[in-house]
Design a protein. Sequence first.
Length: 279
Amino acid sequence: MNASNERLSAAFARLSGRTALVPYVAAGDPSIEAMPKLMHALVGAGADIIELGVPFSDPMADGPVIQRAAERAIARGTGLRQVLEIVANFRRDDTTTPVVLMGYANPIERMGQKAFVDSAREAGVDGVLVVDYPPEEIGDFAALLDTARIDPIFLLAPTSTEKRMKAVGEVARGYVYYVSLKGITGAGNLDTDDVARRLEVIRRHVSLPVGVGFGIRDPQSAERLSKCADAVVIGSKIIETMESAVQAAQAEGASAAEADQRAIDAAATWLASVRAVLS
């Protein structure tokens, strides 16, 4: 397996020494209709890559903020097929920004691995991070992704052994996502010095860029991580920001479309504040 996605490779090549900014948003939240507009707004605010969460009813790694977003998205009828339609709609106006799907195996297995990969390629997906597909068991799926030039992306954690790092380094493409702390998304107590030490170990076994996520709650945390990480991934804080904007709009009696727009504006404004401080 040696193919690599061109959009992801190009995105990292364009950085010229700065750190990539990777926002995570849950597909279908604040609404299915608003998603392409939200994604474009995030790019306008400085996103280099977009991670798009596939809503799933029984997540293992997601904290309460992302769980609530997934529940809202599922209630609006967002499934894997709708997520792929969102990507296809985004691609009509943006053929440059990479889009990575992040989620769980169940929706892919229900669709069928080959059907999913074929549909993802057609929609314009660049990478796939499936939380519960370990590198030791991804052979057939990875081969399908390789043929479609979609990069398989993997998580590494503070508890990952060097054996696991090596296994990930052998099959991963695009970048590797380091979970900066033990626990679920949105947790706090980010220790940037410990992250830097762990990244040194990971880079002995992984030649790809390493993004860091989980626990980034403010621009200052992102700035500190940018000194050692190739990318910073921010999800819970962006979703929380949108959630608050929607709640405020609803309290004022705003329409659903107005609430969506306020959420988009709030997310873009917050992300731009992070972009401004990244090295």
